[in-house]
Design a binder for this molecule. Structure first.
Ligand SMILES: [Zn+2]
Ligand SMILES: [Zn+2]
Length: 298
């Protein structure tokens, strides 16, 4: 096990003294990144609405239901507290078994380097399967329904989670640092990318570049359209967080995703991409009616 070391018995106070500065820094970083990215999207969207600009906007209607943003912001603040509460609780639990979580043991450079892609690949898989689990009928209502109350998500939907879901999402970094080698910077990087991505996919504005989303070779990324469809079109599709890999493998990707993405990114986008779903994917070719010549008609 990495980063979880056997330690001589240590009082809780000493362990907190050792770990709290890290947790405090993580919490501050988390709050600030969420706020900065959230505000960035919020201001850009407010300007676009005001100016009547639709390019890259998924929906045209004024989407925030009364009370939605207040509920989402309160839930999000609570989730960040829980993420960090889980960090403290698991460290106390580990201490009870004689372990301490520390990043003070140096790791080889190659391990530090691969820990950056690894933490994201691991989270992509963890999120997909946790998400599938949370959509099981018995689990959905108590755990994941809170997040789906926002059928038209906003930047503040990202961490609008129930207590149970915040706990399940919050334990991923702990599982990772226990199983894989990494250092403190791996976690900072993970947190920053995760928040930026999570805010972006809930924002209602799809700024994810085409070659990385729908390109033939490198089109593997989930963007805002992808996750917005999970909220607003079908909760049975598009479970992925960063990549389309697991949805494609498990055949849970929405069949109209590319069509909707192309519409949102087209110059003619009017914020009514979901209107396409009422129409068939390709209009069935009308069988040409042969007009009878008067002579034939006899
Ligand atoms: Zn969501
Ligand atoms: Zn869901």
């Amino acid at each position: 096990m990495f980063n979880l070391l056997r330690y001589r018995p240590m009082p809780v106070g000493a362990m907190l003294h050792h770990n709290l500065p890290h947790i405090r820094d993580m919490a501050i970083g988390e709050f600030l990144s969420y706020l900065i990215f959230g505000l960035l999207f919020f201001v850009v969207l407010a300007w676009m609405r005001h100016a009547g600009v639709f390019r890259f906007r998924i929906r045209s209607e004024n989407r925030d239901k009364a009370g939605q943003i207040g509920r989402e912001a309160a839930n999000s603040a609570r989730s960040i507290l829980i993420f960090n509460g889980v960090q403290i609780a698991t460290r106390i639990a580990a201490l009870a078994f004689g372990f301490i979580m520390t990043f003070e043991t140096p790791i080889p450079l190659w391990q530090a380097i691969i820990s950056f892609p690894l933490v994201m690949i691991g989270h992509d898989a963890y999120f997909y399967w946790l998400h599938r689990f949370m959509h099981l009928p018995a689990v959905f209502k108590p755990v994941h329904r809170e997040h789906h109350k926002s059928a038209a998500p906003t930047v503040f939907t990202a961490y609008s989670l129930s207590l149970g879901e915040a706990f399940l999402q919050g334990i991923y970094p702990i599982l990772f640092v226990t199983v894989f080698p990494c250092n403190f910077w791996t976690l900072i990087f993970f947190q920053f990318v995760e928040i930026a991505h999570n805010v972006a996919i809930h924002s209602g504005l799809d700024v994810f570049p085409r070659p990385l989303v729908v390109g033939r070779r490198f089109g593997w990324l989930c963007g805002a359209v992808y996750h917005d469809m999970h909220h607003g079109v079908s909760i049975r599709h598009n479970y992925g967080l960063y990549s389309r890999f697991w949805d494609r493998l498990m055949k849970t990707e929405h069949p109209d995703f590319v069509r909707i993405y192309e519409y949102v990114h087209s110059r003619g986008n009017d914020g009514r991409a979901y209107g396409l779903l009422a129409a068939p994917a390709k209009p069935a070719p009308m069988r040409a009616e042969r007009v009878l010549e008067p002579a034939e008609a006899g």
